[in-house]
Unconditional design. Structure first.
Length: 178
């Protein structure tokens, strides 16, 4: 097999080879120009995409900062609400603690014996007892009802708070105050 043409056809052969190579180079130039134009378009698209991604990144960073700030505010509000709730619960745990004392003995404590009621000096056979209600709790007593029960219906009550008849033969009613 022979790769070179015979000498009389060589000139025609070179002529067509030159045209074929020129056409190939022209097609390659068209591909190169087309590729260059498309490359520029892709570069512009990538730049636009990068700009959009940067904008999105900035928006997300702002959103993260806002979320972080909101979380801080919510944590502070939660701490305030917890403190208020603890205060509310502490105030609910506070209450008056009333002691009923007669002659220095606590009538609510059945192991202590009160002094007996003795006749009052200069009053004949009228006996008197001193009964005190003392608040030893951590919350003041603001209102309430004091009921004195007298089974005989003959007892009287003197008090430094307003007292009215509660029911004949059953006792007296008085509003307790601070």
């Amino acid at each position: 097999m022979k790769f070179t043409p015979n000498p009389e056809r060589r000139q025609a052969h070179e002529y067509w080879l030159t045209w074929i190579i020129t056409i190939i180079i022209g097609v390659e130039l068209v591909f190169a120009i087309t590729g260059f134009v498309e490359g520029r378009e892709q570069l512009q698209a990538l730049k636009n995409q990068a700009r959009d991604l940067e904008t999105l990144n900035n928006t997300l960073q702002d959103s993260i900062r806002q979320t972080h700030d909101m979380a801080d505010v919510l944590a502070k509000q939660s701490a305030i609400l917890n403190e208020q709730e603890e205060g509310r619960l502490a105030s609910l745990r506070r209450r008056p603690d009333l002691l009923i004392l007669s002659g220095g003995a606590d009538l609510m404590n059945h192991s202590q014996l009160p002094k007996p009621c003795l006749p009052l000096k200069g009053r004949g056979d009228i006996a008197g007892c001193s009964i005190s209600i003392v608040n030893r709790g951590d919350l003041p007593l603001t209102h309430g009802i004091l009921r004195v029960w007298d089974s005989t219906g003959s007892a009287s009550l003197s008090s430094n708070i307003p007292a009215t008849d509660y029911s004949r033969g059953t006792g007296l009613r008085a509003a307790a105050s601070k």
